[in-house]
Ligand binder design. Structure first.
Ligand code: HEB
Length: 747
């Protein structure tokens, strides 16, 4: 729709007309810092989902779900009389948007109910799956969230078809608005991928800058045999969970397709075995739907007319459902027993040679070279089909690495089953964070490395008087208090609200890879840790009755002690953290937690794609901070002199190291004039407007607070003459929040 036709711009009513977003599309957006707050959530403030889930009659829900599997509805009949395949796909598409690089996506918030996911071309027909579930959701109400129900249903579907699952944990509270924080790509067409492949992992704004070699496809989409997918994306196209089932960009090349699969599944933290098991296991069930060309289908749910009540893709072909269903446009039934776990998928994959053919909708797919049609039809008992596969299925045979794995499973189906159920469990629970968030009777006992396990305390925790004594000892070391503040921030600020990984618990800051991150400034950090280890040893050697203090607690407590000294007010502390070992730490998975930029410590500059201040907001979002909390923390960290490298940028105070509102006072001082000192406008100098004398230096992160009108409005609150105490209190509250972001064990 052209801008002039935009109905919102025409609407002469509240919220209508031409908006700030239209006038200044490049302005820094703070909207992701005010999502999912009390005003959008209809549940009462004291509603605790974990407690509600605990009171759920779990067995009754499972029983109802089992019944639902075969309770075929006329408005959306079940293929082969069983909804299992559809529900597995629903659960997989809910969880499968997760990507490990920023922890966003995934099934943890029930976002499949909202745009854009509810309308992604890859999610066709899942609107129907969720409506089939509504009677069960209605029956159990707030005791089970949509987020949990979508995934549990996939689990029950597997169990109802003969899989012995690895377990299930509930505990995913619902959100009630579309999550705007996830970068799904820069393309403006569904199924486009010209931006994500345009210039390697960094990508480039505008796209279309692939390899220039005369070949039009390569020019626009990169070479399918060598192209790099832009970070942090985990899908080959806008609007797909992973890869194009027909092969890269529709080209039916199984080997090139394997490359896309490896990249995209890898981005979701799945290795080759897990990836192959998920695909083999998933496609052992159900069928694909491409009875006729997709032109028969109406608009997706978000664009569909009101009277369809959230249903999309209204299908004009035949009855529009059952045998006439159009979902992906492919028409494949993988095995002869699509309602039952078996090893048939791999048996056929290797038994037959495969011939390229087209689905009735015109999509590339493969058919077994055989005269033997023995696969049952989903509706007509008299009809039989030949085995068929997608290009992405053949990838599991024609890629040499996948081949080694899948051939082994051909002879060892029990190994496939074990790898599949473990990978499926990981898929569903990867973004849930620590075990202390998991609820329900089916939590597996086995602790898995990807959980980032934190060992339970094998000792008594310190009490208030120990805390007082330890603070004294900490401050008696010869470490600068500011160094303790930096270390505590470094330790706690790895937390990501997206997948609840990271944080101070475990004291992983002393382990690889964190200890070596540039932002953590090892030269300064290591002596700090050594000093704290000495305090720890002294305490633990002499404390009575097996009482011990963990280094994780001490790192946070040292920040608390330093902050109390710097602020003159008391700072809360909640003990109970324990220390994880290097063996309990998947170093590779932790690499993703390294910040590109940490504005709170004035670390790093933006990229050609995203400005420095956008990274500040991105990090604030991962730390679940509001705009005022972000502002208070940046201003306070500057007053405390807590830049990662000790630089003077943004230290707008004559008494660095004390918690004051000086940063705001001086930022807002009209006596200072700011000028860029480099061509890319990353660094600035503040001079006395009258004398021209140099007063301060600053970064974009510092100056955005004075530039952005909403952030400036917050700075004006904190920079006012009556705000000194309020500021200190707000800073301490935000600090305490960050220190305890991962403490689901005490919430
Ligand atoms: Fe899948 C279906 C593709 C992976 C599970 N899939 C399907 C389809 C397609 C696909 C196209 C069709 C849809 C319709 O309906 O039409 N996949 C795919 C791809 C991939 C995959 C491309 C990557 C390579 N899957 C997967 C996984 C899983 C699955 C991983 C799980 C685990 N799927 C599935 C199921 C189904 C499907 C179950 C069926 C559905 C029904 O039945 O409805």
């Amino acid at each position: 729709m052209a801008a002039s036709e935009c109905p919102v711009k025409k609407a002469n009513i509240g919220g209508g007309g031409t908006r700030n977003r239209d006038w200044w599309p490049n302005d820094l957006k703070l909207n992701i810092l005010r999502q999912h707050t009390g005003v959008t959530n209809p549940m009462s403030k004291d509603f605790e989902y974990a407690a509600a889930f605990k009171s759920l009659d779990y067995d009754a829900v499972k029983k109802d779900l089992h019944q639902l599997m075969t309770d075929s509805q006329e408005w959306w009949p079940a293929d082969f009389g069983h909804y299992g395949g559809l529900f597995i796909r629903m659960a997989w598409h809910s969880a499968g948007t997760y990507r490990v690089s920023d922890g966003r996506g995934g099934g943890g918030d029930g976002q499949q109910r909202f745009a854009p996911l509810n309308s992604w071309p890859d999610n066709v027909s899942l609107d129907k799956a969720r409506r089939l579930l509504w009677p069960i959701k209605q029956k159990y109400g707030s005791k089970i969230s949509w987020a949990d129900l979508l995934l549990l249903t996939g689990n029950v579907a597997l169990e109802s078809m003969g899989v012995k699952t690895f377990g299930f944990a509930g505990g995913r509270p619902d959100t009630y608005e579309a999550d705007e924080s996830v970068y799904w790509g820069g393309e403006t067409t569904w199924l486009g991928n010209e931006v994500r492949y345009s210039s390697g992992k960094e990508g480039v704004a505008g796209g279309g800058a692939g390899v220039v070699d005369g070949d039009q496809h390569k020019k626009e989409h990169g070479d399918i045999h060598s192209r790099d997918l832009e970070e942090p994306l985990a899908a080959a196209h806008m609007g797909l969970i992973y890869v194009n089932p027909e092969g890269p960009d529709g080209i039916p090349d199984p080997v090139a397709s394997a490359r896309d699969i490896r990249t995209t599944f890898g981005r979701m933290a799945m290795n080759d075995e897990e990836t192959a098991a998920l695909i083999v296991g998933g496609h052992s069930f159900g069928k694909t739907h491409g009875a006729a060309p997709s032109e028969n289908c109406g608009p997706e749910p978000e664009a569909a007319p009101l009277h369809q009540q959230g249903f999309g893709w209204q299908n004009k072909h035949g009855r529009g459902n059952g045998p006439d269903t159009i979902t992906s446009g492919l028409e494949v039934i993988w095995t002869a027993t699509p309602n039952k776990w078996s090893n048939k998928y791999l048996e056929y994959l290797y038994k037959y040679e495969w011939e390229l053919t087209k689905s009735p909708a015109g999509a590339n797919q493969w058919v077994a070279k055989t005269d033997d049609a023995f696969i049952p039809d989903a509706y007509d008992p008299n009809k039989k089909h030949k085995p068929r596969m997608l290009t992405t299925d053949l990838a599991l045979r024609f890629d040499p690495t996948y081949e080694k794995i899948t051939r082994r499973w051909l002879d060892h189906p029990d190994e496939l089953h074990d790898t599949f159920v473990r990978a499926w469990f990981k898929l569903l629970h990867r973004d849930m964070g620590p075990r202390s968030r998991w609820v329900g009777p089916e939590i597996p006992k086995e602790v898995l490395l990807w959980e980032d396990p934190i060992p339970p305390a094998d000792h008594l925790t310190i009490n208030d008087s120990d805390v007082g004594e330890l603070k004294k000892q900490i401050l008696a070391t010869n470490v600068e208090p500011t160094s303790f503040i930096r270390a505590a921030w470094a330790s706690a600020s790895t937390f990501r609200g997206s997948d609840k990984r990271g944080g101070a618990n475990g004291a992983r800051i002393r382990l690889a890879p964190q200890i070596n991150w540039k932002v953590n400034n090892a030269a300064e950090l290591k002596p700090v840790l050594t000093a704290l280890e000495n305090v720890q040893k002294k305490f633990n050697d002499s404390a009575p009755g097996g009482k011990k203090v963990s280094l994780a607690d001490l790192i946070v407590l040292a920040g608390v002690a330093a902050l109390e000294k710097a602020s003159g007010i008391s700072v809360p502390f909640t003990p109970g953290r324990t220390d994880a070992s290097q063996e309990q730490t998947d170093a590779k998975a932790f690499e993703h937690l390294e910040p590109v930029l940490d504005g709170f410590r004035n670390y790093g500059v933006g990229t050609s794609r995203a400005k420095t201040e956008m990274f500040l907001v991105d990090k604030a979002h991962l730390l679940t901070l509001s705009a005022p909390q972000m502002t208070a923390l940046v201003g306070g960290m500057r007053a405390l002199n807590a830049n990662w490298d000790g630089s003077a940028h943004g230290i707008l105070t004559k008494r660095p190291g004390q918690l004051t509102n000086d940063f705001f006072v001086n930022l807002l001082d009209m006596g200072t004039e700011w000028k860029p000192t480099d061509e890319s406008n990353e660094f600035f100098e503040g001079v006395d407007r009258k004398t021209g004398a140099k007063k301060w230096t600053a970064t974009r992160t510092d100056l955005i607070l004075g530039h952005h009108p909403e952030l400036r409005a917050v700075c004006e609150v904190y920079g006012a003459s009556d705000a000194q105490e309020k500021f200190k209190k707000d800073f301490v509250a935000a600090w305490d929040k960050v220190m305890n972001l991962d403490r689901f064990d005490v919430r």
